[in-house]
Every structure is written in C-alpha cells, then in structure tokens.
Design a protein around this ligand. Structure first.
Ligand SMILES: Cc1ncc(COP(=O)(O)O)c(C=O)c1O
Length: 396
C-alpha cells in the first residue's frame, strides 16, 4: 500500500483508479474514540488496529488515534506492530498472536509489548535477553490463546523468575471475552470471576503488573465491571455496533467511518428473459435497466450477499442481480435515470438512506467485522475529516 501526499492509500500503481474507493471519515473515527473514552473514563484506552485497522488503513488510523491522545494501540500479528514502528509510531503498542519459533528480538528492540500465554512464548522472550515488556495472558473461557487455569500458576512463576533476572517486566495481565455482545448471558460474569482469580494467583506469586485488561468494544460500552485498567476496543472505534442485538451504531453513539462506493461502469437496457452474471441462474423478468458495478469479491464484496444485499444509486436502494463476480456485479436500475459514471454507494453511515456494513452483514449471513475487514488491498482508501462528499479519483 502506498500513500500519496493527499493522504490516500492505494493499491493500484500507475493508473487513475476511478472505479471505486473506500472513504474513511477520520472525524467519525475520532468521535468514536471520544465515545469510548467517555464510556471507560478511568481506564486507559487501547485502540485495536489489527487487520489493517479493520480495513480502514492501519497507518493512518494509528496516526489519527495517537493525535487524538490514544496511549495504546493493539495488533494481532508482530508484523503489524513492526509496520507501525516502521511508520514512526512510538507509543505503547501490544501484539498478541505469536507462533512457536517466533523471533521476539525485533519486538523487544522496537519496544513493542508482547503477550505471553504459554511457556514456549515466555522462553522465546527470555531468549532475547530483554528487557522485554510482557502481558501475561490467561484463558478465562474463550478457549483460544492464553494459559489454562491449570497452566497459569507455572507460567506466572516462570515469568516472576524472568522478572527477577531482569529479562522481562510483567506490565500486564489480560484475557479476552467470548460473549460481551450478549448482556443476557452470564458468561462475562464468569470470565470476570476467572480473571480475578488469575490476578490473585499472579499477585501471590509476587507479580504486581500495572495493567489488567479484559474489555473489547462490547464490554467497553456495556460492562463497566470489565474495564479494569485498560480497555481494548476495535470495532466500535470504526463506528460499527459491537452488539447489534443490543443497539445500532447510532444507538451506541457511534459513527460508521467507512463508506464504500463505486461508479457505474455501464448502464444498458435489456428485454425480459435476459440472463445476468455467471451460471445463467438469474434472468430478467421484465425489460430491465442493468447497471454494472466494478467491484467484486476480490475487493471484499461477499459473493453470497448478491441474493439480498442492496446498494444506493442516486439516493435510491436497488437490488443486485445474479451472483457477485470477482471484479464486478450487476444491479437493477429499472425506473432510475442512471448513467455510466454515476455513483453507487455499497455501504456507509446510513445517514442518507444508504445501506450500512451491518445491512451487508445481515445479507451475507455474517458480522459487520467481516464486511469491513475483508475489503481488498487493490481498493484505494481515501481519508476525509468529514463524511464522504464528492468524488475523487485516486491516481497512483
Ligand atoms: C485480543 C483482542 N482484544 C480486543 C479485540 C477488539 O475486539 P472488538 O473489535 O470486538 O472490540 C480483539 C478483536 O477481535 C482481540 O482479538
């Protein structure tokens, strides 16, 4: 991904990409950060920028978050953290998804905080010679990373020894929630109890970390008991509802930051019975105006959403005809005065009646996380400080 002076991150090189763009409203991103800060006023804030900041562009979002005073950023992969360092980020940064054999030395050298949830990871960190900042991870019920209840005492004891040797400093104890989006379920309370127990075991072993952290977006907004010293929201920072069954983005006071839009590359009129897209499974039932949208599943548009997703053309919602292909899909423009070059909004904040990422998630049988995160690398990102208005082609 390259960045131009104009603040664009773009995948295509050497051509003007007029077909589509993902516009990220940084004012919305900042407003969401303020909303999250207000939801957990006594905790430090970590904004999770893994997976290219949930498709919004990690480098720009990281810089924007720091400019908004966010003390912590979080990534899953070590490479994601080091890319931020290479971009000049110097703030507190945690990375948590490591694999056996991982060389932790570049992370230690770059002063990236490292999650340790297993003995092999602690040994790898100790092998660097330190000094390493470590967050010990305990599995409180999600069943993914982190030491099990049985393995926790031994991990804690080994970490304490490494701390005495001056190789590591245990700055955090942490875990991840499984059902924070469902306040009716008692599993968050059970995970909090397991977390308390793990913290007590660590204290008894002589550890005194300054940070305990557990809360994702949903818990930041819904569960103060999970806030502890630091909260780790991701999705909500980008303005999507982390608990759609509880409230919409607007209901949570969030503003979706991303608008995905394209320009119709063709409009044509066909008779009834004209087949559309691969497989000949779809045929027009009446004389139909077909609009070609130059975005496909290679750009992250879910192939299966074609049956029920809608897009907005000229402020009107229209349906998709036939399956979404790799680079393009077809919409039904019958009755609209639309021409090639007109704007098509796949999703946005929803304020002008356009579909939201949440609408696409429902149509695709998935979650909003997947809709924004899957946007492809060849799609240009453009950053504005306001809601997306006007069209700007991206030159590379
Ligand atoms: C360990 C960890 N913490 C925090 C988050 C942020 O979660 P959310 O996007 O639901 O706020 C994630 C994302 O999945 C995660 O993996």
């Amino acid at each position: 991904m390259r960045r131009s002076q104009a603040g664009e991150e773009q995948g295509a090189v050497g051509v003007v990409d007029l077909r589509a763009e993902a516009v990220v409203d940084l004012a919305a991103f900042r407003s969401n950060i303020e909303r999250l800060r207000a939801a957990a006023p006594t905790s430090q804030l970590m904004v999770v920028v893994k997976a290219d900041a949930y498709g919004h562009g990690a480098a720009t979002c990281a810089r924007e978050a720091r400019a908004a005073g966010v003390p912590w950023l979080g990534t899953a992969l070590p490479g994601e953290a080091l890319a931020l360092r290479a971009d000049g980020d110097r703030g507190r940064l945690l990375t948590w998804l490591h694999s056996p054999g991982q060389d932790f030395a570049p992370l230690v050298a770059a002063e990236v905080d490292i999650s340790v949830g297993a003995r092999w990871a602690l040994d790898g960190v100790v092998a660097t010679g330190g000094p390493a900042r470590v967050h010990l991870k305990v599995d409180t019920g999600l069943g993914r990373g982190g030491a099990s209840r049985e393995d926790w005492p031994a991990l804690v004891a080994a970490a304490r020894r490494a701390e005495r040797d001056g190789v590591v400093r245990v700055v955090g104890i942490w875990s991840h929630l499984s059902c924070a989006d469902d306040p009716t379920c008692d599993c968050t309370a059970r995970q909090i109890a397991a977390f308390e127990e793990a913290c007590a075991v660590a204290r008894a072993a002589g550890l005194d970390p300054e940070l305990r952290h557990l809360a994702n977006s949903a818990a930041t907004l819904l569960t103060p008991a999970a806030h502890y010293d630091l909260v780790r929201p991701g999705l909500a920072a980008y303005g999507l509802s982390p608990a759609p069954a509880v409230a919409t983005a607007a209901g949570f006071g969030l503003r979706p930051a991303l608008t995905l839009r394209a320009r119709l590359s063709a409009v044509k009129h066909v008779p009834a019975g004209h087949t559309v897209s691969y497989g000949h499974a779809t045929a027009t039932r009446r004389p139909t105006a077909l609009g070609l949208v130059p975005l496909g599943y290679a750009d992250g548009v879910p192939r299966g959403a074609g049956r029920s997703a809608e897009v907005s053309v000229g402020g009107r919602r229209v349906g998709i005809l036939g399956p979404v292909a790799m680079d393009q899909f077809v919409v039904d423009l019958t009755g609209l005065d639309a021409s090639a070059g007109d704007e098509v909004v796949l999703f946005g904040p929803g304020a002008d009646g356009e579909p939201t990422a949440e609408d696409w998630a429902r149509a695709a049988g998935t979650i909003g996380y997947e809709i924004v995160t899957r946007l492809g690398s060849r799609l240009a990102r453009r950053y504005t400080a306001e809601s997306a208005t006007g069209w700007s082609g991206c030159s590379g």
